[in-house]
Design a protein around this ligand. Structure first.
Ligand code: IFM
Length: 437
């Protein structure tokens, strides 16, 4: 069955951050520090999904999706990251899973979507190798409870973004600006992933995947310095996270570190545990030029000549086809089936006087990206699912509530949910699908 779904993440929608025994996460700490997020906004309430989940499941049922990708908050299950399990936290996800199944929707949980328990940050976060085993312990506890009903699990969401924004540049939690000193956070996330794959399978998970944020990299010119810079960026953004998982080896990291001494014997074999699917999140290509400063080995040259989202991201549907066919060309038989675990756009969705939200640009975005995905499938890429980011407008990290990605508009003062035109479009589209394609 082809999975047609929508996606969210715990800290972006749940709220109830100190309810029923949930421990604090790095995002609670970070978003409460002055100047970290737009207008000081936090995920304290977000979409209040922790209380309003029945309404949100009903919205998905109305949409007609057959799958829902959400994330489980590690600090809700294990408030200190390990040790004592918080039963009400697991109960929440248990109820959600049952409600989804009753609505004919396959739950697809992600175990880590950036909300590390603060207690683990105090031990060094993902820079501390011990966190890898603790992540596997959390995976085991969670799957022992849910794997009887949840076939497909995703370990990590976008370890590149978490490493780059959270540990290299400091614009996301935990707010560390270590530049290339962030690389151990990449390796430890990947090692944690590999250990979690073992733990999930031991607990009865039938299928396991990892979600990477991938981007086609466009050199700014065909001149040698730009081509070299583009290759260096491709290594950092794409290959650093795909090669070890799919090929069991890191790409040449010499542009970033003289010696990856954080990699120990046996780590790569653990990281390369076979997967049932690779999750791919696609938003846009990246155009790269030779560096002008003396820091990193590339400059982001920006893309012009395409429409942009409210975030200013270029809208390039053909980039999705290029990405998918490129993955197949690069990894060949080592590439498992692909799930597009996120694709979507932020728009300035202002309700009209009659309350409707006519987000035609989002409809066009989704329509053209789905067409691009199908072109890649026609070229032989094995894609098994597509999830729109996102079901609801939500807490867009450092951007707070300013960037709206939802098929459903959320009024954050009243928590009123209003399906946008894109919701109705997707519902109609799904009604016309044969779920085998
Ligand atoms: O909101 C994020 C999500 O958490 C991870 N992928 C990209 C989305 C849009 O920025």
């Amino acid at each position: 069955m082809f999975l047609w779904g929508t996606a969210t993440a715990a800290y972006q929608i749940e709220g109830a951050t100190s309810e029923d025994g949930r421990g604090p996460s790095v995002w609670d700490t970070f978003s409460h520090e002055p100047g970290r997020t737009s207008r000081g906004q936090t995920g304290d309430v977000a979409c209040d999904h922790y209380h309003r989940w029945p309404e949100d499941v009903a919205l998905m049922e109305g949409l007609g999706v057959n799958a829902y990708r959400f994330s489980i908050a590690w600090p809700r299950v294990l408030p200190l990251g390990s040790g004592q399990v918080n039963a009400p936290g697991l109960d929440f996800y248990d109820r959600l899973v049952d409600a989804l199944l009753a609505a004919g929707i396959q739950p697809v949980p992600t175990l880590f979507h950036w909300d590390l328990p603060q207690a683990l940050e105090e031990r060094g976060g993902w820079l501390n190798r011990d966190v890898c085993e603790l992540f596997a312990g959390y995976a085991a506890v969670t799957a022992e409870r849910l794997a009887d009903r949840v076939p497909l699990w995703i370990t990590l969401n976008e370890p590149f973004v978490h490493m780059a924004y959270g540990y290299a540049m400091g614009v996301h939690a935990p707010g560390r600006a270590l530049l290339t000193g962030a690389l151990p956070a990449a390796h430890h996330q990947l090692l944690g992933h590999g250990l979690a794959v073992q733990a999930l399978r031991a607990a009865g998970a039938r299928q396991v995947a990892l979600t990477n944020n991938c981007t086609p990299v466009w050199p700014a010119s065909q001149e040698e310095p730009d081509l070299r810079a583009a290759e260096a960026y491709d290594i950092l953004h794409n290959r650093l996270f795909n090669d070890p998982v799919l090929l069991g080896a890191y790409p040449d990291l010499s542009a970033y570190t003289p010696e990856p001494d954080f990699v120990r014997d046996g780590d790569l074999a653990t990281i390369a545990a076979p997967l049932d699917a690779l999750g791919v999140n696609y938003y846009n290509p990246t155009r790269i030029a030779a560096p002008t400063g003396d820091g990193l080995p590339f400059d982001d040259a920006g893309i012009s000549g395409f429409p942009t989202t409210a975030f200013g991201w270029p809208v390039v549907p053909g980039g999705l086809r290029e990405l998918l066919t490129g993955l197949k060309a690069r990894y060949g038989a080592a590439l498992p089936p692909i799930l597009i675990t996120e694709n979507g756009c932020s728009q300035e969705d202002v309700p009209a006087a009659d309350g409707t939200i006519d987000d035609l640009a989002r409809v066009d975005f989704l329509d053209r990206h789905i067409a691009a995905m199908r072109q890649a499938m026609a070229q032989g890429v094995d894609v098994r699912g597509y999830f729109v980011w996102s079901l609801l407008d939500n807490f867009e990290w450092a951007e707070g509530y300013d960037q709206r990605f939802g098929l459903v508009h959320v009024d954050f003062d009243t928590q009123r949910r209003t399906p946008k035109r894109s919701y109705h479009w997707y519902a109609e589209f799904l009604a016309g699908q044969n779920t085998d394609t």
